[in-house]
Design a protein. Structure first.
Length: 63
């Protein structure tokens, strides 16, 4: 393999690892949030919700 190919694969693998870490991190945060709300308040609430033209991510509402 030449130098450009090695650089491409190295960049690809590093990017893939970063994207996977962020994705699995968000999945873990979402699962923990949903379980905490269910245990503490007894209601089933999704981590991301779009309702009445408003976006709610965790407990933050974006109009």
């Amino acid at each position: 393999m030449n130098k450009n190919t090695k650089t491409y694969f190295r960049t690809f693998y590093i990017s893939l690892i970063i994207i996977m870490c962020l994705s699995f991190g968000w999945i873990g945060i979402s699962a923990a949030y949903e379980s905490t709300v269910q245990t503490a308040f007894g209601e089933y609430k999704s981590a991301i919700e779009i309702k009445d033209g408003k976006l709610r991510i965790l407990d933050f509402v974006i109009a």
